[in-house]
Design a protein around this ligand. Structure first.
Ligand code: DC
Length: 218
């Protein structure tokens, strides 16, 4: 695995632990981690700062044309500014999910994501990485967990806490949005290994992902 270039694609629903696991695996393998959800959140953040409604496609396109997105060293940059601290609210989760249904948004971000994964090993997480962004990734994992466990994890990590029931409802609403949208909906790639992390510790999941990666890239 050492000198070979390989891409690990991790997809799955909200709260399945994708970013926690991907970050830990990236560190173990000394490769870059790319959080594509943060990119959709940054777009959602920009639309709300600019007062643009996602239904107003003309305004969306105008804003997109002058929007620069980058993800480096674990931080999300919007027009050169680190906005990592602004994108993790329940409102931005919903804005990101809505903006991610827009073809112009997906086109722009997928181009950036593919360019980031060129000529280097990366682990990238999102909803359409194995099925669309990096269809030729050497390793594909579909990470999932029960609705209740995912809501519990989100509930514990939220800075601006909602009740557990509100978090669970949000998660189910986002699952519906992400799995039923027309363009590149969330689904398991045929060649992805499905990993249900319900009841598993972070260390156990990381270990399992490393085993799968070692096996697939041997
Ligand atoms: O992973 P996350 O919760 O930060 O993602 C926020 C939203 O962005 C999610 O509801 C769906 C969307 N998204 C997407 O459509 N495609 C991706 N590759 C990543 C995220």
């Amino acid at each position: 695995m050492k000198d070979k270039i390989f891409r690990i694609a991790i997809d799955g629903p909200s709260g399945a632990g994708k970013s926690t696991i991907a970050k830990a695996v990236a560190k173990k393998l000394n490769i870059d981690y790319i959080d594509t959800g943060a990119m959709y959140r940054a777009i959602g953040y920009k639309m709300s700062v600019c007062g643009v409604y996602p239904e107003d496609l003309e305004a969306v396109n105008t804003v997109l044309a002058v929007t620069d997105i980058d993800f480096t060293d674990g931080c999300i940059y919007l027009d050169g500014r680190d906005v990592s601290d602004h994108i993790r609210t329940p409102e931005m989760s919903m804005m990101a999910s809505i903006c991610s249904t827009l073809p112009a948004v997906r086109k722009k971000l997928v181009e950036i994501q593919r360019a980031m994964a060129e000529r280097k090993s990366v682990i990238m997480d999102g909803r359409d990485i194995g099925t669309n962004v990096l269809t030729d990734a050497e390793v594909k994992i579909y990470l999932t967990a029960s609705d209740e466990e995912r809501a519990q994890r989100r509930f514990l990590e939220l800075r601006d806490p909602q009740t557990y029931e509100e978090v669970l409802e949000d998660i189910r609403q986002r699952d519906r949005n992400d799995m039923t949208r027309k363009l590149n909906p969330l689904c398991r790639a045929e060649d992805a290994v499905e990993l249900d992390t319900t009841g598993m510790s972070i260390d156990q999941v990381v270990e399992r992902v490393l085993e799968i990666a070692a096996h697939k890239t041997a």
